[in-house]
Write a protein that binds this ligand. Structure first.
Ligand code: SAM
Length: 252
């Protein structure tokens, strides 16, 4: 089947162990921000990607593709009620879940600086030019671990679809770059396995937007791999965590 051939070629000798790990249990940690608030369970690799943005109180933050909201919780915990977080997602259904998560898992004071919007991410660059200090683009991706464990999705997986998603990711990333204020920081992340959706998307934006440069992520989790532009956390070496890819860029 196309999925197995493609990734077996890509990962070579590593693929059998990675395949087993992808089929296995994930590794979620509990996010709980106070008594009486709902806990949220999020893969530790996702927590890492969100923390990599380095949000501090007072920042103007955009989470461009935010639903269901796990990473927005981590970003809001960095603000501690000072600054602003716009948690955006284009899907109405997923936005309902996002609002529920933010409403029920954040302390009142932290929630007061969070807003939920439903714009198409590609519009931010034009309509909100240079408006945010920190942007997380956790892009829609081929979600390969989920696909592997869902036969109906596995049947329709194709390299063509990966390429299509990479084009969409490129447009969202260009928009995020344009919405970032000078001196601002952006994290691009996906849960995809293929470099086409990860490093390749970042390399293209670095060519297109010369003001952007890579900012090396100094500390990475045990078992994570450094790639040309960022960090890839894969479950075979990272105790079940991931897949998560993230790269950090700053605007000069
Ligand atoms: C990987 S998920 C985000 C997961 C989320 N960051 C979290 O941690 O819970 C990608 C999200 O992007 C949203 N999305 C897809 N295309 C979009 C677009 N053009 N603009 C805004 N959101 C989009 C999808 O609805 C989906 O919820």
């Amino acid at each position: 089947m196309e999925f197995f051939d493609y990734f077996s070629n890509l990962f070579g000798e590593r693929w059998p162990a990675l395949l087993e790990a992808l089929k296995g249990e994930g590794c979620a940690t509990e996010l709980r921000f106070g008594d009486g608030l709902e806990p949220y369970y999020l893969d530790e690799a996702s927590v890492f990607a969100a923390k990599t943005l380095g949000v501090e109180p007072g920042d103007r933050v955009l989470d461009m593709c935010a639903a269901p909201g796990g990473k927005s919780l981590v970003l809001a915990s960095g603000l501690k009620g000072e600054g602003s977080l716009q948690s955006n997602d284009r899907s109405p259904d997923r936005r309902l879940r996002l609002s529920h998560v933010l409403e029920n898992s954040l302390p009142e004071q932290w929630r007061s600086v969070v807003s939920v919007t439903g714009y198409d991410g590609v519009k931010f660059g034009m309509h909100k030019k240079e408006s945010y200090d920190r942007i997380l683009l956790d892009a829609p991706c081929s979600s390969d671990r989920h696909v592997l464990n869902a036969p109906e999705h596995l049947k329709v997986w194709s390299v063509k679809r990966v390429k299509r998603l990479a084009v969409e990711q490129g447009s969202l990333l260009a928009s995020a770059v344009d919405a970032l204020a000078p001196g601002g920081t952006l994290v691009y992340s996906t849960c995809a396995l293929s470099p086409m959706e990860n490093d390749d998307v970042v390399k293209k934006i670095l060519k297109k937007r010369p003001a952007m440069r890579l900012d090396e992520i100094a500390q990475i989790p045990a078992g994570a791999d450094r790639t040309e532009c960022g960090v890839h956390i894969l479950p075979d070496r990272a105790a079940g965590r991931g897949p998560i890819y993230c790269a950090r860029l700053v605007k000069g």
